[in-house]
Design a binder for this molecule. Structure first.
Ligand code: PRP
Length: 211
């Protein structure tokens, strides 16, 4: 039996867009479109195996080599810094990592800033680069609540449409980094399956420029 190329896709709306790009690039797996709760799908003819992973887990599968390639947000890649190749910016899943605060918050640079975030590494690097002392409060979701109820002064979080901030009377104070989905590859796997990975990358890249 020849070996399969394992592809980790982020479960959810972004993953569906990503799969459509694989399909358009000539690497389809029709069974994936069946409406069921299966997580693994194969196209034996092409030697491809797709699986749906929790988006933030995709780099773990790829770094450990059980997935040869995968798609993850730049936010996840910056936060977990997995030892993988970043092959391509897919130009989808675009949003930005930003610092946000209540509309009436006035910063006092002499005081330690309390920062609530899911992205502790990104926040630490950002403030370290400007020499600002901070106290990180690591949360796992609904970050916007923190400054409203007084747990933190600001948040470092993902802003897409800005609706969540607006509806909670928060505003962007600074941009940390723009985010989008990236195609990543396992380093050892790339040595053996590089040809196929390169063909997939080229087929997807051809769609990105048209975005
Ligand atoms: C993300 C992010 C913001 C929201 C931004 O949350 O953390 O809360 O989306 O989107 P918007 O600018 O379009 O309003 P997510 O839905 O991932 O849930 P979370 O609370 O678990 O972070």
């Amino acid at each position: 039996m020849r070996s399969m190329l394992n592809v980790a896709l982020p479960k959810g709306r972004l993953g569906e867009k990503v799969y459509a790009m694989f399909e358009k690039a000539g690497f389809p797996c029709p069974s994936i479109l069946e409406n069921n709760r299966k997580l693994i799908f194969e196209n034996e003819e092409l030697g491809l195996r797709f699986f749906w992973a929790k988006p933030s887990d995709v780099p773990i599968y790829v770094e450990r080599g059980v997935a040869d390639i995968g798609v993850a947000g730049k936010d996840i890649l910056l936060e977990y810094a997995p030892d993988v190749y970043e092959l391509l910016d897919l130009g989808i899943g675009k949003c930005r990592m930003a610092v946000a605060a209540p509309e009436d918050f006035r910063d006092d640079p002499a005081r330690t800033l309390r920062v609530a975030t899911k992205f502790s590494r990104i926040a630490r690097n950002y403030y370290e680069a400007m020499g600002r002392e901070i106290d990180i409060i690591h949360l796992t979701g609904s970050i916007e609540i923190a400054p409203i109820i007084g747990l933190s002064d600001v948040i470092v979080d993902i802003v897409e449409t800005g609706t969540t901030l607006r509806e909670n009377h928060l505003e962007v104070r600074a941009e940390v980094v723009p985010i989008s989905a990236r195609l990543i590859a396992n380093k050892a796997g790339y040595k053996f399956k590089g040809d196929l990975v390169d063909r997939i990358t080229a087929g997807i890249a051809a769609q990105v420029n048209g975005n």
